[in-house]
Design a binder for this molecule. Structure first.
Ligand code: SF4
Length: 201
């Protein structure tokens, strides 16, 4: 784990470790059972940029050396771009889009993905407000019968609200839970911009 004096650190209390050290210890504990799959839920949250890069490098090296898979859960597109080959976007209990990471960054096929990417500061237009997705995620008890994203979606129609939306495969190895994925370029909060970026957040 690249920790200095690991024997001494093993004898310390958690509050005596820095965030980066504590994260390394947590990863070491997770690897103790030699897993084939490591589930890393927000592994770099609250770490500064330098320590975040170190932890991600460490995870990448361990993944290669141990031949294990990593399921990385993150809200940070930059972390996803750096670490992931395949990306799944979840909204209100559903996978709403799935694709190779680079394909999704170049051309999202769900309005929620497009909105998330458009709200990435590195994609912002200088001197213009950062786009946001209106509304909030509904509680599970209030999930709509049809598309769960419909109350927040610019493209929603009555068809979207009539029945649950299946996961569609419009092109090979690309999946979306959106009936109107071909019309994303008409979105005012990110559709056009997302299609013209370089494939990275
Ligand atoms: S199915 Fe309809 S409401 Fe749901 S994301 Fe697509 S356009 Fe929007």
């Amino acid at each position: 784990m690249n920790l200095p004096e690991p024997e001494r650190i093993a004898g310390r209390y958690a509050h005596e470790l820095s965030g980066g050290m504590a994260q390394r210890v947590a990863i070491a504990m997770a690897l103790g059972g030699e897993p084939e799959l490591l589930i890393a839920d927000e592994p770099t949250t609250a770490l500064d940029a330098t320590v975040q890069a170190e932890v991600l490098d460490l995870l990448g090296r361990l993944q290669r050396e141990h031949g294990m898979a990593i399921l990385l859960i993150s809200h940070a597109w930059k972390v996803i771009a750096r670490m992931c080959r395949r990306t799944y976007v979840m909204y209100a209990g559903h996978i709403v889009e799935s694709a190779a990471a680079t394909d999704m960054f170049e051309r999202p096929l769900h309005p929620y993905t497009a909105g998330l990417l458009a709200s990435t500061p590195s994609r912002a237009t200088p001197r213009e407000p950062l786009p946001t997705i209106p509304g909030t995620v509904p509680a599970p008890s209030a999930w709509p019968h049809g598309c769960h994203f419909a109350p927040r979606c610019e493209l929603a129609t009555t068809d979207c609200e009539a029945a649950p939306i299946p996961l569609l495969e419009p092109t090979a190895d690309r999946y979306t839970r959106c009936l109107r994925h071909t019309e994303l370029s008409t979105l005012t909060n990110g559709g056009d911009r997302d299609r013209t970026t370089s494939g990275r957040p």
